[in-house]
Design a protein around this ligand. Structure first.
Ligand SMILES: [Zn+2]
Length: 129
């Protein structure tokens, strides 16, 4: 019992303001992580540090994923525009079909740069057909 109070006393004494004087502490942030089997833990980073999305779980060693401290506001998910969507905004299907035919003809004739092997394949197929 007396041993315990001595320990506590020394701990309190060690946390003296004298020791911290003149020391500039970097701003810190606590980031929560959770691993695939559900271990949750916090890692303290400087606010200037780039916080990694993954951190090794101290309990099982698996890669733990950073948890968002605050759930970001739910936004209605706007489907990402694909190249195809953008193309359709500029051209109609009819136009695209005409373009495709045009390009295929050039391709088969070996007139498209970098497509020589495709043209060769087409010629090969014609030969065997
Ligand atoms: Zn774990």
């Amino acid at each position: 019992m007396s041993e315990r109070s001595t320990l506590r006393g020394s701990r309190l004494g060690a946390r003296s303001y004298e020791d911290e004087r003149g020391v500039e502490f970097a701003e810190r942030q606590v980031i929560a992580y959770s691993c695939p089997i559900g271990h949750r833990f916090d890692v303290t980073f400087s606010t200037e540090a780039e916080v990694p999305a993954l951190w090794d779980c101290p309990r099982c060693g698996a890669e733990a994923l950073r948890q968002a401290s605050e759930r970001p506001e739910e936004k209605p998910l706007k489907p990402a525009r694909t190249h195809w969507d953008m193309l359709l905004e500029r051209r109609s299907i009819e136009e695209l079909e005409a373009l495709l035919d045009e390009r295929l003809e050039l391709l088969r004739a070996g007139l498209l740069p970098g497509a020589a092997h495709l043209a060769a394949n087409a010629r090969e197929r014609k030969k065997t057909a």
